[in-house]
Design a binder for this molecule. Structure first.
Ligand code: NAP
Length: 247
């Protein structure tokens, strides 16, 4: 049976780098994406060309029915050993007072509820209490939980704060069921997401305030995620790894 890892939002950015690294470490990779099918397919081809196994599954993780459908498809491919709740969205930089309810719903439905829905399905498959053989869940949070991101995206930071509390509580709840739950908190990482804030200057100038003097790259986040999943992190549960270049 294939040893499966599901990475949500793996068509590009941090998710794609995590998929490539996971494949190189022997995982069969499920590349979830929402809309960028071409990128997801290109990534799976890249993995297969290197001798790995990968499949794409389209699903909007904020939609409960689509999450269930995705996990049912996964069941026919192998045994799920790891879930990376990576898919996430931001929105335009703004003061909180101007944020519309629809934006709040989109951000929380994806960044919080989507991750929760995926975790629920993963637990039903991994938990020793449910007949599984254990596994690992990684939530991709953000260093914005530390600053709260005033005048940029307080709503996004709050969604990641919720994800952190979820990580802490869930880690305790399933620790004795063979599942370790942890989170990474990236800082400024070079991906498309910064364009979605409408202010790429903030990212371009970030190196001036980062103690290590540069933004991070996606491979550096992937390394941390794969380490947390691995047996090398066997005593790590309910932990948060800040990957911020010292910020
Ligand atoms: P990105 O390059 O914008 O990629 C986002 C990914 O999420 C894409 O694969 C996208 O799929 C997917 N996605 C978005 N909404 C989805 C949904 N509803 N269902 C399924 N997939 C969905 O972002 P990134 O920078 O790699 O960010 C990945 C994670 O890291 C996010 O949770 C983000 O909040 C977090 N993070 C990033 C940074 C940073 O500086 N980059 C810093 C801190 C935290 P499509 O391609 O199909 O649209």
């Amino acid at each position: 049976m294939h040893k499966l890892i599901l990475i949500t939002g793996a068509s590009r950015g941090i998710g794609a780098a995590t998929a490539l690294l996971a494949a190189s470490q022997g995982y069969s990779v499920i590349v979830n994406y929402k809309s960028q099918k071409d990128k997801a397919i290109h990534l799976t081809e890249q993995i297969r060309n290197c001798g790995g196994n990968a499949w794409t599954i389209q699903a909007d993780i904020s939609c409960p029915e689509q999450v269930i459908h995705m996990f049912n498809e996964i069941d026919s491919l192998g045994i799920l050993k790891a879930l990376v709740n990576n898919a996430g969205v931001v929105d335009l930089q703004t003061s909180f007072v101007d944020v519309k309810p629809e934006r709040l719903q989109r951000i929380f439905n994806t960044n919080v509820i989507g991750a929760m829905l995926c975790a629920q399905q993963a637990i039903r498959r991994m938990s020793t209490r449910h007949g599984g053989t254990g596994g690992s869940i990684i939530n991709v949070s953000s260093s914005s939980v530390i600053t709260g991101s005033p005048n940029v995206y307080v709503d996004y930071a709050a969604s990641k704060g919720a994800l952190d509390v979820f990580t802490r509580g869930l880690a305790k709840e399933v620790a004795q069921e063979g599942i370790r739950v942890n989170a990474v908190r990236p800082g400024f990482i070079s991906t498309d997401i910064h364009a979605d804030t409408g202010n790429t200057e903030r990212f371009n100038n970030a190196d001036k305030i980062i103690p290590l003097g540069r933004c991070g790259n996606t491979e550096e986040i992937a390394e941390a995620i794969l380490w947390l999943i691995s047996e090398k992190a066997s005593y790590c549960a309910g932990s948060f790894l800040n990957l911020t270049g010292g910020l």
